[in-house]
Design a protein around this ligand. Structure first.
Ligand code: AGP
Length: 369
């Protein structure tokens, strides 16, 4: 097992550090940035289904559901198609309206999640086209889908999903870009710019990973906290949910993710000097509004950990700590802002001496209802 961990103390840390390569593997052979091309058989062979879809339904659970939420924002922004994201467990039991012209995207690292499988069966019965985004090759969901795209993240052993999440977002971004181009919703020059930028993401993830030592110090300060709030807006709202899930799963600290602007509708009541609040406040993503949320937290003595764009000044002046990530195009920021949140949960769990790779009560793949 020590050999399999490749010199890392835990699989989770190894998998966090594998993300630059995993993302590169996800777009290898699919994205030809120099030629301004995306080639993905799973999409290209069925592009009419996507183009004619009145809406795209996304079903998934847990972290994969968070990747689906990011995809909702990216698909709607780029391809201008309505997207609905559902927990597979709700979808399967609520008699949903499914049209034969709908495309259903099922996202699953393991490809074995029972609720997601059941949602696929339901969609197929209604005649919808089912597209699987899985990591495990040959898994049940990949076989049950009409078509699909693998994430190519490599084996993910840690129960807390890390590289599966960022590679799911990468695949879904490629699909959104291809669809946007085929539908004529983005210009050729924007398409090229986006591909070129996506190509730099692995390096930028590697740069985000250099925050590790700083994140470990911050983890040491907040490890005894009983609660933690995560806030983000737009593309980074799902990242806030994912950051909170990671902390809950492996450190057993209660955490909640919220859209930053919803804070005033309830969670603000929780803020006092004992409450760490992780705020994703990258440039462009409603930055000024998030800065004013940070001011509200500060006024109530909350402890602010800001995830900011490199060179940020405003949040630095207000927050107790800032963790910088490189600048990128707004819809790609989740691939970077996720990194320090993964590291934060990892270090808190290690400092609390928890079983990072196999947290209590959790299984890597949930094959029961
Ligand atoms: C993630 O850290 C979790 N362990 C869990 O939420 C997981 O994402 C969920 O069970 C879905 O699994 P899947 O992607 O294999 O379908």
């Amino acid at each position: 097992e020590q050999i399999e961990k490749g010199g890392y103390d835990h699989f989770m840390l190894k998998e966090i550090y594998e993300q630059p390569d995993a993302i590169r593997d996800t777009f290898r052979g699919r994205m030809l940035a120099d030629q301004g091309l995306i080639k993905m058989a799973g999409i290209d062979d069925h592009i009419d289904k996507f183009i004619n879809a009145k809406r795209i339904l996304v079903v998934a659970c847990g972290t994969s559901w968070h990747a689906g939420l990011v995809a909702e924002y990216v698909f709607e922004e780029l391809a201008r198609v309505p997207v609905e994201v559902e927990y597979a467990s709700e979808f399967r039991y609520r008699n949903p309206v499914i049209d034969k012209d709908d495309v259903l995207i099922a996202i699953s690292q393991s490809g074995e999640t029972a609720d997601t499988m059941a949602a696929i069966k339901l969609a197929k019965e209604s005649g919808a086209f089912v597209f699987g985004v899985c990591n495990v090759v040959g898994s049940s969901i990949s076989r049950e889908s009409h078509a699909g795209a693998y994430t190519h993240a490599g084996p993910e052993i840690g129960v807390a999903s890390t590289k599966a999440f960022t590679t799911q977002i990468t695949v879904l971004t490629l699909i959104a870009l291809q669809l946007a181009k085929k539908k004529g919703k983005i210009s050729t020059s924007d398409f090229h710019t986006y591909l070129k930028e996506l190509e730099t993401i692995p390096e930028k993830v590697a740069e985000a990973l250099t925050t590790n030592d700083l994140v470990e110090k911050i983890a040491a300060i907040y490890k005894e906290s009983k609660n933690c709030l995560y806030l983000g807006r737009g593309f980074n709202f799902p990242v806030a949910l994912e950051g909170a899930l990671k902390l809950k799963e492996i450190s057993y600290i209660h955490a909640e993710g919220y859209p930053a602007a919803e804070m005033k509708h309830g969670p603000i009541a929780l803020i006092d000097d004992q409450m760490p609040v992780v705020v994703i406040a990258t440039k462009k993503g409603h930055y000024e509004k998030v800065v004013s949320n940070i001011q509200e937290i500060k006024a109530r003595s909350g402890k602010i950990i800001g995830i900011v764009t490199k060179g940020d000044v405003d949040v630095k002046n207000l927050a107790d700590h800032v963790i910088e990530v490189p600048e990128t195009i707004e819809f790609m920021t989740p691939l970077l802002t996720t990194i320090p949140l993964q590291l934060l949960s990892y270090h808190i769990a290690v400092l609390l001496d928890k079983n990072v790779d196999q947290p209590r009560n959790l299984a890597k793949s949930v094959t029961v209802e």
